[in-house]
Design a protein around this ligand. Structure first.
Ligand code: ADP
Ligand code: MG
Length: 263
């Protein structure tokens, strides 16, 4: 069974796409079979994987609206390490067309049923809004990974997001959990960041990943190389942080499985 994780935060620019792309590449580096799904019409996860969003034959549109199977829609990333379902402006059309279809919230979930044994991890990069694409992402996921920047209004935004997830889960995905909260673009010299980080740990305890993603220029410039940072600079602090996050996710899921077996 694949583990499906949606990467979501209604705020833009918090590191969702950077996390989706680098986590996909890091998980693939640990020899897990990975599918990355770009749900954002901006197509940043697509371009960041080295796939030209203007030049793909199939994308999330074909998957959601034409109901083409994952195996026909997925392409490989620039280094052939993981699979990708691309997105571009057509995703906006898909969002509008979804409004007219039956069980519109469950299109992605249903599409992923056929590939549960094909992949170990499926990551979904959500757009920075709560539209029907995001709802599809959350309905298809086992859990949600929330990237956030440790800044002044962060906790407020997070509480709102948690409430949304709870309401949504009630309707379309009762098993939905928060996988974890990831501190991104972290600067340990910044006092406010440290304060917010402490509050976060007090509030959300174990849900806050131990791994912290530092502000790192390699991560910021990676999209212009059209490849996840670890493909061209494995030793950068950004690449190492995402590898360590992949390790943390794997350990967490192993611990959960042990607990499940014991009970
Ligand atoms: P989102 O998908 O939430 O909108 P992005 O992942 O696109 O956020 O990140 C927003 C911007 O910040 C991008 O320009 C990205 O390159 C940059 N960025 C993200 N994470 C880091 C980081 N850890 N260090 C430096 N820059 C980062
Ligand atoms: Mg994004």
């Amino acid at each position: 069974m694949a583990t499906t994780i949606a990467i979501a935060n209604q705020k833009g620019g918090v590191g969702k796409t950077t996390t989706a792309v680098n986590l996909a590449a890091s998980m693939a580096a640990t020899r897990r079979k990975v599918l990355l799904i770009d749900l954002d019409p901006q197509g940043n996860a697509t371009m960041g994987s080295g796939v030209d969003k203007y030049d793909v034959e199939n994308s999330i549109y074909e998957l959601l609206i034409e109901e083409k199977p994952v195996k026909d829609v997925a392409v490989t990333d620039t280094n052939g390490k993981y699979h990708l379902i691309a997105a571009n402006a057509d995703a906006t059309a898909a969002e509008i067309k979804l409004m007219e279809v039956f069980a519109r919230e469950l299109r992605l979930r249903n599409a992923l049923k056929a590939v549960q044994d094909t992949y170990d991890y499926i990551f979904i990069d959500c757009p920075p809004s709560l539209n029907m694409l995001t709802v599809n992402g959350m309905a298809a996921a086992d859990s949600i990974l929330v990237p956030m920047q440790c800044e002044y209004y962060a906790l407020e935004g997070l509480t709102a997001l948690m409430e949304t997830i709870r309401q949504l889960a009630d309707v379309v995905n009762p098993g939905l959990e928060i996988e974890g909260i990831l501190r991104t673009m972290y600067d340990p010299r910044n006092r406010l960041a440290n304060d917010v980080s402490e509050q976060l740990k007090n509030h959300f305890g174990d849900k806050v990943y131990r791994t912290v993603i530092p502000r790192n220029v390699r991560l910021a410039e990676a999209p212009s190389f059209g490849a996840p940072a670890m493909y061209y600079d494995k030793s950068s602090t950004g690449s190492k942080a995402y590898l360590s996050l992949a390790g943390e996710l794997i350990r967490r899921s192993e611990n959960r499985n042990e607990v499940a077996e014991e009970s």
